[in-house]
Structures are given as structure tokens and as C-alpha cells.
Design a protein around this ligand. Sequence first.
Ligand code: SF4
Length: 306
Amino acid sequence: MGSIFTSRGCSFDCNFCAIWEFYDHKTRFLSAKAIADRMESMEQDMIFLLDDNFLSRTDRLWALADELESRGIKKHWMSQGRSDFAAKNPELMHRLASVGMAGLLSGYESNAQDALEHLRKRGNVEANVEASRILKEPGIISTGIFMVRPEFEVADFHELYEYIKGLGIEIPMVTVQTPLPGTELWKARKDHLLTQDFRLFDLVHPVVPTRLPRDQFYAEFVKWKAVIDHSVRRWFTPRQMMKRPDLYRKLLPNLPKMIRRRIQYHPVHFNPESYLRDEAGIIPRDAQLAPGQPSVLDLTQEVAAK
Ligand code: SF4
């Protein structure tokens, strides 16, 4: 698979993301013609557009679709973009699928509106539901990223996972909310971290105290295996494949490799002991929020004040 950037930066300001700060809140774009030039000159047939937020500027995307069509470029490509954009622009998503858009990776983050506000995502739960429906229609494979938070109790994990199953996203990914360096979360909370060992800032280890005991937190976290199993089963179905036969003809030869990877990877990735082993000697096993103590990542007050 080849890869190119067609834009740099993002006009949103989610508090867990450093992209907008890194690019000083400015976004630069390649024109539709320049993107088509690059895609045409690449030898690869599958291309990842590495943009942090490809789905912005509808005029550029409509022009890109025209450019790819008029030049007869028949490659498949995928990118990252916001679910609320997809929800607001169904016709455009169909048009992009018709000129090769195969997949979209979006941060859906949460099943709760207050959590989206807490993250300053500026999206909403209804738009997430609508986006997953709209992307499915033309057969765009949706990868949705969700976040569990350190203050999660057992019921919160359960509700999030049931919500994801209901969305019907093809490839859900679940991460742990992490204050990454360069983000507002980091700046506000760096003095409260359990560690600054960056090996654990990998989005699957809570680096602040959790509400549940850590072994129980991980035991709940790894239950997202059931979610991904549920989603993948609905992905490679004859109905989905009929929507994009040309795309699935390219994907199916890779299926044995994907299955082999799952077999090798899942026993580690979905084993709570793996996570506890990673953090042994770095984070104390008993690092836990006291009853009633708010999570140190809770920026609700600051967010509300903006
Ligand atoms: S998470 Fe996505 S939408 Fe939010 S600031 Fe980062 S790139 Fe932009």
C-alpha cells in the first residue's frame, strides 16, 4: 500500500490530540489536481491518505472526485476523517466511494454525549450513529476508534461495547484515554501521572489511577475482543462484498494473512495479564482512585468554562 499526505493540520481542537497545536491551528491543503497527480503517479493500487482530517473542505473533495473520474484513475484509497462530516455529507460520501474511497478511520470516541463534550470533540452521539449508517450504504469500510476512560466502572465498559456492536462499524478499535505529550490533557495533568515512562503511553495502559482495581480494569478492557469478533463477522458477508466487488477482489487474497495474525496476536492482546506484566515495576498494582475521588483526566470544569 502506498501513502501520501494531502493536507496537514486540523481545524478542531480536541483536548486529547496534539495535531492542532503542532500545526498552530492552521491547515494546509493540496489541491484536488495535485492529489490526483500524486495518486496517478504512484505504482500502488491501494493508497492511504495519511491526513489527520481528510474530510474537510467539501469543495476540494467534490473536485477530487471529478478529477479522479475524468482521468480514469481506478485506485482504492482510504483516509482519516470525522464522523460528523460523513453524517452531514451523505451524497459526498457516496461520490467518494464511487471514485475509490474504500475505508475511513474516525474517532467515534464515546457512547455518551457528556464524554464527547469532556473531550471537546465537538461532535455528537447521533452523528456517530448516522455516520456509521451512511458509510455502510456505499460500502466504505469504517474503522471506528473508541476510548475507555480511567474512571470507567464495569457497567461503563459494558454500555460502550454494546453501543459499538449496535453501530455495526466494520473495524472497531478500543483505546485507553491517555494524556499524550503536547496535548491539553498532558499540560493540565502532567503532575498527576503515575509514570512518565513513555513505553506505557501506548493508548492501552491507563497512566493515571483507575476507578477499578487495575487487574479488573484490564479484565473488562479486553472484553472488546467480543466486539471485534462480532464486527468482523459482519464485515466479510456476501451482501457487503456485492457492494464493492472490485475492492473485495483485492482484499480477499490477504484474508489468510489476517487470520494468521489474529491467531498469533489475540492471545496476547486480549489477555489482562499481558498488560499487568508490561507495567510491573512501573505502576503500582494498587494505584486506584479512592471512592468518590474524581479522575485526574476529568477536564469537565475547564471545558465547561470555554
Ligand atoms: S482528534 Fe481528529 S478532529 Fe480532533 S483535533 Fe485531532 S485530528 Fe482534529
